[in-house]
Design a binder for this molecule. Structure first.
Ligand code: AHG
Ligand code: MN
Ligand code: MN
Length: 349
């Protein structure tokens, strides 16, 4: 593979092609999915950027010039992704946080051998206050025999992901992805409309600086979780305290911790014993990126990517980020009612 320095200009397209060349048996389909996601990301970035103008431009009525009712941005992002992928011939089905059921490829279009799962707009409640939001995606190979994707294809443990990533719509738009060959970041140059390689081979710092958690739920956490948070905050005298940073957009919190070192926690609590975040659309793809960058993801009792999913919109508690911080979670075991059923062992395919 060609070595890239931070000063050479490498588009995401060229980078993907070079990665694909390392696998002579590759058909190019997975690369195609990554290009399409980069395109969808640019289209969503464009919508997000003008979101603050919606009230001004649409002040006269709730309908736009085509007579269509103005939609929420997460529904628009969902449609952008579905339309970018449903006719490409690379996917046999999709699933989205915004839709209750599997999204099938329309009749008449060729079906491919991959499935795509996504959170079209993560942190969307933050749009109104101009806080970064993101898109998260996850790709698996179809395992059923038919041409159309089925539920079984969607409900695979995260360790079987063949690609995953996110786009963050922040002060710049960035796309970070992995195909299991490290995690790589690209920054959108808006003047030429291209994602350029800016963060090759991201490594999450071993020494964490940040703790991201919403401690408004503290009263509902089980006692071991409260003790764990006291540890992170340096309150039990064992370690120096982490700095607390919580955006409330998972992608933004994760991205900061990935680059700066830190842990994101969304623990189980007595009101939500499975936490809030979605295993398939949020936890698994970011877990894959974290592990590829040398970090880890746990649900409080084991590796997130070893959980056997049983339903599309399943939730999971999440501890995600720098390895040593995530490993600390094991020192604070949870009562049995908070422990997720899982199959397989770490590393098994
Ligand atoms: P989404 O906008 O896709 O529904 O996700 C929101 C999520 C996630 O981005 C964030 O980390 C979390 O909700 C924040 O939840 P709390 O407000 O409960 O802390
Ligand atoms: Mn989300
Ligand atoms: Mn969402």
């Amino acid at each position: 593979m060609v070595k890239h320095t931070a000063t050479s200009v490498v588009t995401i397209e060229r980078f993907i092609i070079e990665q694909e060349r390392m696998f002579p048996e590759a058909t190019g389909e997975l690369s195609g999915i990554l290009y399409d996601m980069a395109l969808a990301g640019k289209m969503i970035a464009n919508k997000v950027r003008s979101a603050g103008l919606a009230d001004i431009l649409g002040a006269t009525s709730a309908t736009n010039v085509q007579g269509e009712v103005q939609q929420k941005l997460d529904i628009i992002a969902n449609e952008i992704i579905v339309k970018a992928f449903d006719h490409g011939g690379r996917l046999c089905a999709m699933a989205s946080e915004e839709e209750p059921d599997i999204i099938h490829i329309p009749e008449g279009f060729r079906a491919g051998k991959y499935v795509l799962l996504f959170d079209p707009l993560d942190g969307s409640s933050n749009i109104d206050v101009n806080v970064p939001v993101g898109t998260i995606f996850s790709v698996y190979r179809k395992i059923t025999r038919g041409t159309r994707g089925e539920m079984e294809d969607m409900l695979q443990p995260g360790r079987r992901q063949v690609a995953a990533g996110y786009v963050i719509y922040g002060s710049s738009t960035m796309l970070v992805y992995t195909t299991g060959q490290g995690a790589h970041g690209f920054t959108l140059d808006p003047s030429i409309g291209e994602f350029l390689l800016s963060h090759p081979n991201i490594r999450i710092p071993d020494r964490a600086r940040y703790l991201s958690v919403n401690d408004a739920y503290e009263q509902d956490w089980p006692e071991p979780t409260r003790a764990l948070m006291r540890r992170y905050r340096g309150m039990d005298g064992v370690r120096a305290p982490l700095n607390v940073r919580y955006v409330g957009s998972l992608v933004a919190d994760f991205h900061r911790n990935l680059l700066g070192g830190g842990i994101f926690c969304y623990p189980a609590n007595t009101r939500s014993p499975r936490g809030k975040l979605r295993l398939l659309y949020e936890a698994n793809p970011l877990a894959f990126i974290a592990e590829q960058a040398g970090g880890l993801a746990s649900d409080g009792s084991g590796r997130v990517m070893d959980i056997q999913p049983t339903e599309l919109h399943q939730r999971t508690p999440l501890y995600l980020g720098s390895r040593a911080e995530v490993e600390t979670v094991q020192e604070f075991p949870l009562p049995p009612e908070f422990v997720e059923r899982r199959v397989g062992t770490a590393g098994a395919a």
